[in-house]
Design a protein around this ligand. Structure first.
Ligand code: AMP
Length: 217
């Protein structure tokens, strides 16, 4: 099974589709955003810095992200491939990741770009709800993404939360950060011949069908 990297503007469906790929293909979903949100609960200077940068919609320094990612990739469940959601976020992370892959002798796999217009993504963000226990993502604004019981996770039955950086103001900063730092990865991976583009405005089911075509049965 090949590993998958999702690249997309914030709220374009990286998390949702990573979870669907994890369920269908049985490879772990690694979100650097989730790794950082867990790390920010520690009581130290690093946690404070992570917390501030996430709240501002800015990128956390590469060294911190790479340290957390390396730890996660060393775990047994990553041996047969994994899904990267939110990493790499800039060209220097992509270059560092190429080095990690050659050290652990793993292939790059496929890179899937989920394309979505800024204004549609911004609307999605206001309704986005996350389970604090299993990190499942719901959306009160989209019929197909609503939880079965309003406000509660379908799997864990705990109360869903609205991420504090999911607001219109921080979204603009996050989107600008994406355009400036992350969008150059499109050319980076296109040049390696591993990039696939998918229109994410057509809804969850149709988008996932396109992803399945890329990954295969
Ligand atoms: P996400 O959950 O992917 O939307 O990420 C939420 C926030 O975590 C981002 O706005 C960044 O502040 C931080 N973050 C997540 N992944 C990375 C990364 N690969 N590099 C730097 N910062 C990141």
């Amino acid at each position: 099974m090949k590993s998958i990297i999702f690249i997309a503007p914030p709220a374009a469906g990286k998390g949702t589709h990573s979870t669907l790929v994890e369920e269908k293909y049985g490879i772990p979903h690694i979100s650097t955003g989730d790794l950082l949100r867990s790390a920010k609960n520690a009581n130290d200077d690093r946690a404070k810095l992570i917390s501030e940068l996430i709240e501002q919609g800015k990128l956390v320094p590469d060294e911190i992200v790479l340290e957390l990612l390396k730890e996660r990739l060393a775990q047994e469940d990553c041996k047969n491939g994994y899904i990267l959601d939110g990493f790499p976020r800039n060209v220097s992370q992509a270059e560092a990741y190429d080095k990690i892959l050659s050290e652990i002798n793993m292939p790059l796999g496929n890179v899937i770009l989920l394309e979505l217009d800024k204004e549609i993504a911004k609307k999605r963000i206001t309704g986005r709800l996350t389970c604090p226990k299993c990190n499942a993502i719901y959306n009160s604004e989209a019929e197909e993404l609503k939880p079965q019981v309003d406000g509660y996770c379908d799997n864990c039955h705990v109360e869903l939360q609205h991420r504090s950086d999911d607001n219109a103001e921080t979204y603009d900063v996050r989107y600008d950060t994406y355009m400036r730092e992350t969008a150059p990865l499109i050319d980076y991976y296109d040049a390696k011949g591993v990039l696939f583009r998918i229109d994410s405005s057509v809804g969850k089911e149709r988008t996932f069908k396109e992803i399945e075509k890329i990954i295969g049965e």
